[in-house]
Design a protein around this ligand. Structure first.
Ligand code: GTP
Ligand code: MG
Length: 423
């Protein structure tokens, strides 16, 4: 390496100076690499596809391992997402891989809300990152970044055209993630049908204005390869967990009575292209685009929603301090008015309750009065009845007494007459 290098001094118009010896800042890229390698990398893949379309098998094939993924039932009432994180190591590079897969996608009769859970999940990961970023004591170095870097969208191998559910969902997703469409289980579609199917998918995506991830062509070292690969999307992939010995080598393959489909054979399917593009050539671009495009869009929209703006109403730049102060004042005012509203509501509720209690007290009082009057009336009636009965009984008694007395006088008279007659 030559020691005669050029130093650009920043400030003013930037003068260029010649170095007279080795200084050492040419090791800066190495320092950066070492730092990144020590820290490790997060890479997050979202697999969207109908139940049983081969999502887990493809991920296992991509990373040449077996992740413990459970099969999903077809009877789920709504779409949900399963997230698993794995720690992988290749050479001295640590990768924290998060695989998120849809469960029950396309199984419901009403598919209107199929995409909602996916959108919510993606936005939630952005929101988590933003929350960490806005903390006073933030720790983005150790923060587990779960923002989706690559969304592998599994198109069912119908051989006809892409389903409307896929179009609707991709339309919602293209602003949020890097969509990489693939044709699932491509061994079930013939070669001729496959090229027509690919063309039809691209045509449908274009006519619906759906933007899928384009492998970057601005880096000379990979631009030719990426340009070629962009033309081959959607990749027709085959996955397998079975290993077969072909030409003395163990390879992942699917065996059929009529032959063997090798996953990593480019003449059989596009699996290798997908792996090359996503994991080997463009992994950093996927991570970068997620941060600089998709997250940036989310961040700016969320900050605007939160009341932040770069420019004021008079088209003058607004400082963060001013925005914060205005927001704080607005927040305090809002809280005060909320408090006042709640206080008034409370007072009104107390008044209503008091009136309610008063009215029920009045009702009780009236009822008591009514019962008291009714009781007095009943008592008076009873007294009358008693008196009447007593009078009737006395007169009856007197009558009976008079009759008995008359009877007795009659008997005495008759006895006296008898006595006189005997004499
Ligand atoms: P869920 O997670 O339950 O929704 O399923 P999945 O999408 O993860 O599918 P999985 O990988 O479990 O595969 C389902 C079935 O499809 C298994 O029997 C696989 O062997 C088979 N399969 C997976 N990939 C392919 C493929 O490329 N071609 C064919 N023909 N079958 C495949
Ligand atoms: Mg699965």
């Amino acid at each position: 390496m030559s020691h005669v290098d050029v130093l650009r001094v920043l400030g003013g118009d930037g003068r260029e100076l010649r170095l007279t010896g080795h200084v050492g800042f040419d090791s800066l890229p190495d320092q950066l690499v070492n730092k990144c390698v020590n820290k490790g990398f997060d890479f997050n893949i979202l697999c969207i596809g109908e139940t049983g379309c081969g999502k887990s098998t493809l991920i296992d094939s991509l990373f040449k391992t077996t992740f413990n993924d459970q099969e999903v039932m077809h009877k789920l009432p709504e779409v949900s997402l399963n997230q698993e994180t794995y720690q992988l190591k290749e050479s001295n590079v640590n990768l924290r891989l998060t695989v998120v897969s849809t469960a029950g996608y396309g199984d419901q009769i009403n598919k209107e809300n199929s995409c909602n859970a996916i959108i919510q999940y993606i936005d939630q990961q952005f929101a988590n990152f933003l929350e960490e970023e806005l903390k006073i004591k933030r720790d983005l170095r150790s923060f587990h970044d779960t923002r989706i870097h690559a969304c592998i969208y599994f198109v069912s191998p119908t051989g006809h055209s892409i389903k409307s559910l896929d179009l609707v969902c991709m339309k919602e997703l293209d602003k949020r993630v890097n969509i990489i469409p693939v044709i699932a289980k491509a061994d079930t579609v013939s070669r001729a049908e496959l090229s027509q199917f690919k063309a039809r998918i691209i045509e449908e995506l274009q006519s619906n204005g759906i933007g899928i991830y384009q492998f970057p062509t601005d880096d000379d070292t990979v631009s030719d390869l990426n340009t070629k690969m962009n033309e081959q999307v959607p990749f027709a992939v085959v996955g397998s967990r079975d290993e077969v010995v072909v030409n003395g080598h163990k390879v992942r393959a699917r065996q059929y009575p009529w032959g063997t489909v090798e996953v990593e054979n480019e003449a059989h399917c596009d699996f290798v292209k997908l792996r090359e593009m996503v994991l080997r050539t463009n992994m950093e671009d996927l991570r970068e685009k997620t941060h600089t495009q998709h997250y940036e869009r989310f961040r700016s929209e969320r900050l605007v929603q939160m009341g932040f703006a770069d420019m004021g109403a008079d088209n003058e730049p607004v400082s963060l301090q001013e925005t914060y102060e205005a927001k704080r004042v607005e927040h305090i005012r809002e809280m005060q008015s909320k408090e006042e509203r709640m206080r008034q509501m409370f007072v009104q509720k107390v008044k209503d309750k008091e009136a309610e209690l008063k009215s029920s007290e009045q009702k009780l009082h009236n009822e008591f009065e009514r019962l008291r009057r009714q009781n007095a009336e009943e008592k008076r009636q009873l007294d009358d009845k008693k008196r009447q009965l007593e009078e009737e009984e006395i007169s009856l008694f007197n009558k009976k007494k008079a009759a008995v007395q008359a009877q007795r006088a009659q008997t005495e008279r008759e006895q006296l007459a008898k006595k006189q007659g005997r004499r």
